[in-house]
Design a protein around this ligand. Sequence first.
Ligand code: FE2
Ligand code: FE2
Length: 189
Amino acid sequence: MKIDYLKNEVKKVLSAKRYEHSIRVLETALNLANIYGADPLKVGIAAILHDYAKEMNNLQIRDICEHFFKDETKDYMSVSEILHSFVGVYYAKEKFKIEDPDILNAIKYHTTGRKDMSLIEKIVYISDAIEPKREYPHVEKIRELALVNLDDAIFFEANRKIEYLIKSDSIIHLNSVDMRNHLLMTTAK
Ligand SMILES: [Fe+2]
Ligand SMILES: [Fe+2]
């Protein structure tokens, strides 16, 4: 599968702003794939497709989640920020015939993360958080950490994200808490 073909498909369903975000995530992810020795094609496919479903209408998003990802999404049905990741997997499979579990999981967990992510999942997760136009407190530190140690970067980012979600009265997906706790116990501080 050609990345250029997928870029074009993504362009058809996203606003210019989000398309450009997807391109920056792709470039960030390919740089990290190079640093950490991950398969650039798999990383590239997951990165360009990660927000494919982000601008789909909410009814359609909920319908797909209820039919195909019921167990994983039933407690988060009002949170489109979480649901679009699952719908992205649906389209990756149905429209683009992608079956590689590493690519599908990188799309599925790009918002929440999860415990024991694969290298490709980690790269897509953190690239989404640090692409060059992202601006939030401490993003520079996360960018620096990502070039040296992905787990340290993800741990630091997850702590900041969880703090932000609490302060803004937002729901926190259990996968994010699980990932953060696991990294706390496994990465050297
Ligand atoms: Fe997303
Ligand atoms: Fe994104």
